[in-house]
Ligand binder design. Structure first.
Ligand code: TXA
Ligand code: MG
Length: 323
């Protein structure tokens, strides 16, 4: 059996596989992760091979508790302790200076390491059972949409994974917020459910946004999280006209919209939630569904221009072009 419901026995089996240097996929609150023993360079190399990911793209190490932070990081600033105490377990990854013992395979050759304590019972039980750090990127092939369900992991990686722990759909649905605290000032590297404003409130200082060229993070690349089908973002008011135009060209069109904007076959239309958290939860599964329909184009109604939608705008901008 390859995908198994997560319970006491299968989690123990997964921890055993990790100790043997195998790959195990597991649910977190954000997306499913592809895990390996973060102290085993050979196991970590398997992650890169399975994903087809360039080896200089660093991985996040998942840890079971705040107390293990200094096994992985050194010169930890107070700001990191403040954020971890406030947001962990939760969808926040913190970049810190690494301990010399952290393999360079994990950090993509960098002297910093990304750390996160996930807020998912299965992930936490796995971390406890394993008793160490688990390096885990999202369990998708490089540049593809992150998996938010166990079946997505199977589609993406199949036999490359020794075991997939089934833990239902992910609640958050987009990857963690990444904050870099390894330098003089905090930098936001990737927006997520935890907003820049929420981080600034806890830190009592402003957080800078890194320009994509300054950071070596795969999540910051322009083409990422992308469906194979061409996707286009479009403001609500222009969508009906564009739809008619494409229909006249006999294009097969998929729609990701928050309301009925055009008369269309329901099969290729996904009505998205109007709440940002619920939208994020549904985002990747919806893109994946439309991508599987062999359409010519996916039209995505531009979501509201509001702070709560920052992570969604970021992911949509990587999945689609703008009209
Ligand atoms: O929500 C998440 O963070 C999920 C779940 C599984 O925890 N993981 C995830 O991992 O999204 P991944 O590898 O797909 O994205 C992690 C991002 C990458 O863009 C990576 O380059 C960046 O974190 N990253 C990791 N360590 C870093 C470091 N030392 N410096 C800069 N960026 C780093
Ligand atoms: Mg990823």
């Amino acid at each position: 059996m390859h995908t198994l419901p997560a319970d006491h026995t299968t989690i123990a089996a997964a921890a055993h596989l990790l100790r043997q240097g195998q790959l195990v996929a597991f649910p977190t609150e954000t997306v499913y992760g592809l895990g390996a023993d973060a102290t085993n360079p050979e196991a970590v190399r398997r992650i890169f091979a399975a994903k087809g990911r360039p080896v200089d793209h660093p991985l996040i190490v998942h840890i079971p508790d705040l107390a293990s932070l200094d096994q992985w990081a050194q010169n930890i600033p107070d700001s990191a302790l403040k954020l971890a105490a406030h947001f962990w377990p939760g969808p926040l990854a913190i970049i810190l200076n690494k301990q010399p013992s952290v393999p360079l395979e994990v950090t993509g050759g960098q002297t910093t390491v990304g750390l996160r304590m996930p807020n998912h019972p299965v992930a936490l039980q796995l971390l406890q059972a394993f008793g160490g750090g688990i390096a885990a990127p999202s369990a998708n092939r490089f540049c593809r949409i992150s998996p938010t369900q166990a079946s997505h992991v199977n589609e993406e990686l199949g036999a490359a994974v020794a075991l997939i722990l089934e833990g239902g759909p992910c609640q958050v649905g987009v990857e963690s917020t990444i904050i870099d605290l390894s330098g003089l000032h905090p930098h936001l590297l990737r927006p997520g459910q935890i907003s820049r404003a929420a981080i600034e409130t806890v830190l009592g200082e402003s957080v800078l946004i890194s320009a994509p060229t300054q950071v070596r993070t795969s999540g910051m690349m322009a083409v990422h999280y992308a469906p194979a089908t061409r996707a286009l973002r479009c403001p609500s008011e222009r969508l009906p006209e564009l739809y008619q135009q494409l229909s006249r060209q006999h294009k097969k069109i998929g729609l990701m919209v928050s309301q009925h904007l055009v008369d269309t076959a329901p099969a290729a239309q996904i009505l998205m939630p109007k709440d940002a958290d619920l939208y994020a939860q549904a985002l990747y599964a919806s893109l994946r569904k439309l991508d599987s329909l062999h359409l010519d184009i996916i039209l995505i109604e531009q979501p509201p221009d509001h702070d709560d939608w920052q992570a969604i705008h970021d992911r949509l901008s990587k999945a689609s072009a703008r009209l």
